[in-house]
Design a binder for this molecule. Structure first.
Ligand SMILES: [Zn+2]
Length: 271
């Protein structure tokens, strides 16, 4: 407990209010899909939403720390727009109900009924990074950028946390997605090497169709399983013991990618 003389009163009042709020019982409303951002609660501080089996896709740029704002400012600015801007636009077009920019990375959340769609979106961005972004940036800046990509799926809690209004502004608040998938997808992303896509076991288990598991013969002359299990038993950052890695060289095939993408999108239920 803070003593009466530990912190100036105008600050300690806030701290005591927060403790009071913490001690109250929250009202958790179960909803079956991700609501529009304006419907995410902010008014009642005890109101949270619980959404089952949300798919979290997290992408961020490898080697972005090498991009300097001091030198080559035009190039650096362009890379951010190409990478982060493309991810946002692409995930929006793939129908992600929630998208947020996090640093140079992007978080996209999909509903349970969009599990295949989330994968198709991630593979499309992975392909674009490998085929277009990385070579172009390398040619211009000598820097080898790439994508970290991670996906997990589980229940989340959400509400807006922060100041509702501050000088007419509402920028001191954001949606907070509590629960495993957002954290786990970001951690899987950080574990991936350039061009790899890492997904959790519980998400991977949803895939039964051969188009997801064994893509066309073009890469290896035969249909092989493109997913490799990764042992995470001893990695305490994860609450699952196996991840699956989509090998780095694989993206949408130049010949058949379009058909595979449409085919995989069609595997989700129509809602
Ligand atoms: Zn092919």
């Amino acid at each position: 407990m803070l003593s009466a003389n530990q912190v100036p009163t105008r600050f300690s009042q806030i701290l005591n209010d927060q403790i009071g709020l913490y001690q109250k019982r929250r009202f958790i409303q179960v909803v079956n899909k991700i609501p529009s951002t304006k419907e995410i609660p902010i008014e009642n501080p005890l109101h949270w939403l619980r959404i089952p089996n949300v798919v979290s896709v997290f992408v961020d740029m490898i080697n972005s720390t090498q991009l300097s704002a001091e030198n080559h400012d035009n190039g650096t600015a362009g890379v951010y727009h190409l990478y982060t801007g493309t991810a946002v636009r692409l995930f929006a077009e793939f129908g992600a109900p929630y998208i947020d920019v996090r640093g140079d990375g992007v978080l996209a959340l999909f509903n349970e009924t969009q599990s295949h769609r989330a994968l198709a979106a991630a593979v499309t961005f992975k392909t674009f990074t490998q085929v277009e972004i990385a070579p172009r940036v390398k040619e211009k800046t000598e820097i080898e950028i790439g994508s970290h990509i991670g996906i997990d799926q589980q229940t989340v809690l959400v509400r807006k946390i922060g100041l509702k209004r501050h000088d007419q502004r509402s920028d001191r608040q954001n949606e907070v997605w509590a629960g495993r998938p957002v954290n786990m997808s970001a951690k899987l992303a950080s574990l991936s090497k350039a061009g790899e896509l890492l997904v959790s076991e519980r998400y991977f288990k949803r895939f039964k169709d051969e188009r997801v598991l064994k893509p066309c013969e073009c890469s290896y002359g035969t249909k092989i399983n493109m997913w490799e299990p990764i042992d995470l038993q001893h990695d305490t950052r994860f609450d699952f013991s196996t991840a699956y890695k989509l090998k780095s060289q694989w993206g949408w095939c130049r010949e058949h990618g379009k058909d595979y993408c449409e085919g995989i999108l069609a595997l989700d239920p129509i809602v």
